[in-house]
Each structure stands twice: as structure tokens, then as C-alpha cells.
Design a protein around this ligand. Structure first.
Ligand SMILES: [Zn+2]
Length: 179
């Protein structure tokens, strides 16, 4: 919810602006319309000697669960750079040769999750501030029941399926239900 105008500080109200067809938070004092749009989450599937890098989350939501390095994209960066930055921040790891792998729409929470795949430079990793630990897993050891997010599970399932098939594709997916 938005209560006050970001431009002039006066209270806003919800109405459909002229020429629009959706409810927006509109400031009647200065006319500013506050648009809210989906957010991009960027992550990376980083492999080293057949193992995939996962992080155990130190923060909510899903503290203690395992995830791929991922987080919200920042203004002014590319999607590829965002995936690399999140990997560096959460796992102190550098991604090499990254390629777009999966785009997952999550309309229920107004997000789009995008995963790159790449190689882990030098095999080096360590927990960043938002991680309790980082580890490399072979497919058989992936902690499927302790994964933090459905999109992470989906991306990993497609990753290992592609790897078994011997060809990595690019996947466009929609996560309709969150539970
Ligand atoms: Zn205003």
C-alpha cells in the first residue's frame, strides 16, 4: 500500500486515472500517479566439477533453507550482471560464461524470476552476509525437501533434466500456484 505521495507528501487515494483501466494510487494534490509493476528476481545456477552451488539462507523468508544465489535486480544493471552480483554477495563466488537459462513468471506475487547458468570460477565459494553456509551438491544430494522457493526447485529440475539430455535449453515457465 501507498499512503502518501512520493512527490509532494500529501495523502493519496486509489482511483482509475483517465485513460487507464486499473486502480492506481493517485495524488489529487499534485496529480502524480504511483504505478506499481512486477519486480525482477535474478539468480544463478553455478556449476563446478558436476556440482551445483547452493546457499543456506541466514535471513527470512525461509531462513535455514537452501537456495540458489538470487535476489532483486537493482536499477542500472543488466540481468546478467544482477545474477553475477547476487552470486558474489551471497556465496562470495564468481560466475563465468553465464547464459540465460529460465524465465519464470510468478503472477501471484507480481514477480518474474530469471535464472542464468554458468561455471564457478576456480571452484571458490564462501557464505556472504545473507548465507549461513554455501556448498556444492551433486544432483543426488540436492536437499529437495529443504529448498526455500518453488522457482528454485523448478529451475533446478529443468537444469538437471537438460543436463541428462545433454542439451541445455532456455525455458519460459509460469508458476501458477505458490503452494
Ligand atoms: Zn502529490
Amino acid at each position: 500500500m501507498i499512503y502518501f505521495c512520493s512527490q509532494c507528501g500529501k495523502p493519496v487515494r486509489q482511483r482509475v486515472p483517465a485513460g487507464d483501466n486499473r486502480l492506481r494510487h493517485v495524488c489529487d494534490a499534485c496529480g502524480h500517479i504511483h504505478y506499481e509493476n512486477p519486480r525482477l528476481v535474478l539468480g544463478a545456477i553455478v556449476e563446478w566439477q558436476g556440482r551445483v552451488l547452493l546457499c543456506r539462507r541466514a535471513i527470512e523468508p525461509r531462513a535455514g533453507c537452501w537456495t540458489l544465489p538470487a535476489g532483486f535486480m537493482e536499477n542500472g544493471e543488466s540481468t546478467q550482471a544482477a545474477a553475477a552480483r547476487e552470486t558474489l554477495e551471497e556465496a562470495c563466488a564468481h560466475v563465468e560464461h553465464s547464459r540465460l537459462f529460465a524465465l519464470i513468471d510468478v503472477p501471484q506475487i507480481d514477480q518474474v524470476h530469471v535464472f542464468y547458468r554458468g561455471a564457478l570460477a576456480g571452484g571458490k565459494h564462501a557464505p556472504g552476509e545473507e548465507s549461513l553456509e554455501t556448498a556444492l551438491f551433486v544432483e543426488e544430494q540436492i536437499p529437495w525437501s529443504q529448498l526455500a522457493f518453488r522457482t528454485v526447485r523448478l529451475a533446478l529440475e529443468h537444469y538437471f533434466a537438460d543436463r541428462r539430455a545433454g542439451v541445455f535449453g532456455q525455458h519460459q515457465l509460469i508458476l501458477e500456484a505458490l503452494c
